[in-house]
Design a protein around this ligand. Structure first.
Ligand SMILES: Nc1ncnc2c1ncn2[C@@H]1O[C@H](COP(=O)(O)OP(=O)(O)O)[C@@H](O)[C@H]1O
Ligand SMILES: [Mg+2]
Length: 269
C-alpha cells in the first residue's frame, strides 16, 4: 500500500499505529481502573487479573502501568505467555531476570529464580512484579506451578505480586481445582470491553492528533461506522480507521465518511 494518503491528509506519521509510545497512550477510564487494581495488588503482594477481547487494550494498559512505575523502586518481569510447558516459563523468567540459563535442570532453574527474586526484594529493596500477558494461553499445570514458584516463606508477606492478562477463558483456567491456590490470591479484576461511541470518537481524535491532524477528518457517520464495525475494540478500530483514510485519499475526499469505512471493512476481518 503506498503512502500517498499521508501526503494527502498531511499526516506526520503513520496513523492508528500499534506501537504507540507511553506518552501517547490515552488514559481511558478503563485503563485507570486497571492501574488502580494493579497498584492495589502490588501493595498487598497479591494478584490482579486483566481480561478482555482481542484488541481491547490489555497489553497497552499493562505497558502504561508498568511503564509509569519508577525503576528505582520497581522491577517488572514482563512475560508474554506461550502454550509451552512450565520450563518455557522458567526460561522466560530467567531471561527477564537477565540470568544465564545454559543447561540448567528444572529444579536448579526454580531455585535460581527464587533466589534472585529474594535478592531483589530483600537485598536490593525493590518491589518486583511478575506480569504475564496472554496468560489465557498457559497450560493448566502451569497455573499450579506458578503458585509454587511464587510462594516464599510461610509467615512473611508475599514477595511477588502477579498481573495476569488474557482473554476471558483465563477465568476458566483459574477456576480449575488445581489453579485454586493461585486464584485465591486474586484481589482485583478488570475486564476491558468495547468502548462507547463517545469514547470511540475521543479515541479516533486522539490518534489523529498523534499523527499531526488537528481538524477532525472523520465525519459523524464515519465515527459511527468505525464504532459499530469494530464493536468498540481499539485494534479493529485502528484497521478500519486507517483503511477508511486510505480509501478517502484515493477518492480525493478531504472528509472520511461511512462509505469509506464500509469499503475499508471489506479488506479486514
Ligand atoms: N489507551 C490506549 N490509547 C491509545 N491507543 C490504544 C490504547 N489502548 C489500545 N490502543 C490501541 O489499540 C491497539 C490494540 O491494543 P492492545 O493493547 O494490543 O490490545 P489487547 O492486548 O487487548 O489485544 C494498540 O496497538 C493501540 O494502537
Ligand atoms: Mg495483547
Amino acid at each position: 500500500m503506498n503512502s500517498n494518503y499521508r501526503t494527502f491528509f498531511e499526516l506526520v506519521r503513520e496513523p492508528f499505529s500499534s506501537d504507540i509510545e507511553l506518552d501517547n497512550i490515552l488514559l481511558t477510564p478503563a485503563l485507570k481502573g486497571v492501574e488502580e487494581r494493579i497498584h492495589y495488588a502490588v501493595r498487598l503482594g497479591a494478584i490482579a487479573l486483566v481480561t478482555g477481547e482481542i484488541g481491547s487494550g490489555k497489553s497497552t494498559a499493562l505497558r502504561y502501568v508498568t511503564g509509569t512505575l519508577h525503576p528505582s523502586q520497581y522491577r517488572t518481569l514482563y512475560i508474554t505467555a506461550s502454550t509451552g510447558p512450565i520450563l518455557e516459563l522458567y526460561r522466560q523468567l530467567l531471561d527477564a531476570l537477565a540470568m544465564d540459563m545454559g543447561g540448567l535442570s528444572r529444579v536448579v532453574m526454580l531455585r535460581r529464580i527464587r533466589q534472585e527474586i529474594v535478592e531483589l526484594v530483600q537485598g536490593k529493596k525493590l518491589k518486583v512484579i511478575l506480569v504475564i500477558d496472554e496468560a489465557s494461553l498457559l497450560r493448566l499445570e502451569v497455573f499450579a506451578e506458578l503458585h509454587i514458584l511464587t510462594q516464599f516463606e510461610k509467615d512473611s508477606k508475599p514477595l511477588l505480586p502477579i498481573v495476569l492478562a488474557g482473554q476471558s477463558n483465563l477465568i476458566d483456567s483459574l477456576m480449575y481445582r488445581s489453579s485454586l491456590p493461585l486464584a485465591s490470591r486474586i484481589v482485583g479484576r478488570s475486564h476491558l470491553e468495547g468502548v462507547t461511541r463517545e469514547q470511540m470518537e475521543q479515541y479516533l481524535t486522539h490518534h489523529l492528533t498523534i499523527a499531526g491532524v488537528n481538524n477532525n477528518i472523520f465525519d459523524q457517520t464515519a465515527i459511527t461506522g468505525i464504532h459499530q464495525g469494530s464493536g468498540g475494540l481499539f485494534r479493529k478500530a485502528n484497521h478500519l480507521a486507517r483503511g477508511a483514510v486510505i480509501v478517502a485519499a484515493k477518492q480525493k475526499s478531504m472528509t472520511v465518511t461511512a462509505d469509506h469505512v464500509r469499503m475499508a471493512a471489506t479488506e479486514i476481518f
